[in-house]
Write a protein that binds this ligand. Sequence first.
Ligand code: GLN
Length: 188
Amino acid sequence: MIKIGILNLQGAVSEHFDITKKALKNLKIESKVFNVRTSEEASRCDGIIISGGESTVIGKLLVETGIKNIIINQKIPIFGTCAGMVLLASQTDFEQPLLNIMDMTVKRNAFGRQKDSFEKEIEIFGEKYPGVFIRAPAVESIGANAQIISKLDNIIIGVKQDKNIALAFHPELTQDTRLHEHFIKEVL
Ligand code: GLN
């Protein structure tokens, strides 16, 4: 029985919940998906998904709830999209609490403001995906332990390190479950 937690402190959470359920169904894996609001809930997860939202707010709440400590101490694999990518970073261009579990420097709002949101086809592991970018971050540099998995016009938008995956865009806002399935397979 695999347990996937959807961090539910702030941000676009329900879409991740629904697409994760669909992905697990596709994979025919005995599983449970539940919202994570407390450190106790976090401690029961085999993997946690962190959605888009405001990374400053989510980061502060990760510390206050003690969930950050659980993630770090139990080495729980994280799949972070957009604000989730920011939180996985070791450094950003803004002073804010981070999980600091991936060796990368991230620039927030790298593609402009909300009105500059766009959709573009991107490629990961040789497969094409719809990329939905909303005030998306970009990765400025990575360290030796991190691996670039996607670029858009030479800008890094996807990174993997151990079982953690960080994406600048929002797969949960599409009908495409493959990237969630990919994370789940990492966690298995
Ligand atoms: N720019 C936001 C942040 O850094 C992320 C935007 C999003 O998640 N859609 O928190």
